[in-house]
Design a protein around this ligand. Structure first.
Ligand code: ACM
Length: 498
């Protein structure tokens, strides 16, 4: 950042943190620049743009999502639209290879110009503009003259949500998508199946949701999503720049499937009841019955792929030991490829002989993935001691795990992750497992503000990052989090402790 923050804006920010309103109401003071993730380049320039009445919006027809996002942002701030207004906001599609698929430029001068090569790039520009503006309506607005040029470091900036152990309602997923978009996160990975529940309707196997959808972890919520609901959610997310990535976890973590269709288990398996406990690694599709298992896998994947257009499809592959495990991963990944998509598997899947475009998701700290890296396999980085946010926001937080790191995963810890050594990484994903997360409020508490730190690690160049600056910037966005109704953890590092 060429000019990180002006002294006067720092003062305004300090006053705001102290809860003292600042700036005269007729001529609003220029607002501080508190962008998360921090952009590639921010050049502040002398002067400011006052917005006191309506604005005109000049939006490219080919960018309907950004146009809608801007309209919603302006309406939320009570800024009226009038084609004859002196202040104009331009949304422009431009050819500028340096911006890539998702980059954008945002210029505030006598008017506001957002430009990008794609609608998604413009969506990100609109989110930056939202962050430059206050969280709530006020009589006037002033923006510092600034030129922001920005593009992501990684193409995969994700959250994995376990909706299998404890179900999360569609409305909560929509809210989470909106909040992720605000921080330019772009992948929502849904862990749709596990021992404790099967959450996606599969029309050829109705009992998967009739039986498998009716269970949950003890104390958690049960339920399932119809394919229609998921299609609508896919569209909702796409319009906000987010791809939904489905996971069908196989060949282990399948007790809900076995309880629904007993023939998927080997004949000597006695316990075929729905499961609500916390153990892992005990259930497995009967790999000795390929004539039963592979048609099931193919039929399920066909329906899943018809709902989710994502190029990458997660096939699970964690926490199961079986002599035919590697063969299963190789066959299933090849099946996904045959269907025109690319498989993701948890790190253990790297023992299988797969095409080098198969993606592995790291989760155990220190897992030796070097052989897969040598073959060129892309990686998604979720090492548990940084990104397992079912772990506490602080050591000893009630209803959190600590098996990976006994001190939990505080904000500063997560922010301190360095992705640079992972040369084939395509990005970073935080993971919220829900054995101990049974309400929307608990989910919010685990996600925020740690997802904002995940977003910055995955989007911003290393040279611009730094915890002190992050704390100052995300701290200043508290009003935006409040306006979005987020029930975040009152993080003491941000001065949010109650
Ligand atoms: C995992 O935590 N079993 C991927």
């Amino acid at each position: 950042m060429k000019s990180p923050i002006k002294p006067e804006t720092l003062l305004a920010c300090l006053l705001a943190v102290a809860g003292i309103a600042c700036g005269p109401s007729s001529q609003a003071a220029a607002l501080p620049l508190h962008l998360v993730p921090v952009p590639q380049s921010v050049e502040t320039q002398p002067g400011e743009l006052q917005i006191s009445g309506a604005v005109a919006v000049d939006a490219a027809e080919a960018a309907p999502d950004a146009k809608r996002a801007l309209a919603e942002a302006l309406a939320g701030l009570g800024i009226a639209r009038d084609d004859a207004a002196a202040t104009r906001i331009h949304l422009q599609l431009v050819e500028d290879a340096a911006l890539g698929e998702e980059g954008y430029r945002l210029v505030v001068a006598d008017d506001i110009r957002l430009s990008a090569q794609t609608d998604v790039g413009l969506l990100h520009a609109v989110q930056s503009l939202r962050q430059l503006l206050p969280a709530r309506a006020q009589p006037g607005y002033a923006l510092p003259h600034v030129v922001i040029t920005d593009a992501p470091a990684y193409r995969w900036r994700g959250l994995s949500l376990d909706v299998a152990r404890s179900f999360l309602p569609v409305e909560y997923l929509q809210k989470t998508i909106d909040r992720m978009a605000f921080f330019k996160l772009n992948r929502l990975h849904l862990h749709l199946t596990d021992d404790q529940g099967w959450r996606i309707e599969i029309k050829r196997y109705p009992k998967l949701v009739e039986i498998g959808g009716a269970s949950a972890v003890k104390g958690g919520r049960s339920g399932f999503y119809t394919q229609e609901e998921l299609r609508e959610l896919v569209a909702y997310a796409q319009a906000r720049g987010i791809t939904l990535v489905p996971e069908i976890d196989m060949p282990g973590h399948v007790q809900a499937a076995l309880a629904s269709y007993n023939e998927l288990a080997c004949d000597d398996v006695e316990n075929l009841s729905p499961y609500s406990g916390l153990e892992v690694g005990f259930s497995v599709l009967c790999l000795d019955k390929p004539e039963v298992v592979y048609p099931f896998v193919r039929n399920v994947l066909e329906e899943v792929l018809a709902v989710f257009p994502s190029k990458e499809i997660h096939i699970g592959g964690d926490e199961i030991k079986h002599p035919l495990y590697a063969d299963f991963v190789a066959r299933t990944a090849a099946m996904v490829e045959e269907m025109g998509r690319t498989a993701i598997a948890w790190e253990e899947g790297s023992v299988a002989d797969t095409n080098p475009d198969v993606v592995f998701q790291l989760w155990n700290d220190g897992y030796d993935i070097s052989a897969a890296v040598a073959k060129g396999h892309p990686l998604i980085l979720s090492p548990c001691s940084y990104f397992y946010i079912d772990h506490g926001n602080y050591a000893g937080q009630p209803e959190t795990y600590d098996w990976c790191r006994k001190e939990g995963v505080p904000l500063a810890r997560l922010y301190g992750f360095d992705p640079a050594p992972f040369t084939t990484a395509v990005g970073i994903e935080a993971a919220l497992w829900t054995e101990l997360v049974h309400t929307d409020a608990a989910a919010d508490n685990r996600l925020w503000p740690r997802l904002a730190a995940t977003a910055e690690l995955a989007w911003s160049p290393a040279g611009q990052r730094g915890y002190a600056g992050f704390v100052q910037r995300v701290g200043a966005l508290r009003g935006h989090l409040d306006a979005m109704g987020i029930d975040y953890h009152a993080e003491p590092d941000l001065g949010w402790a109650k």
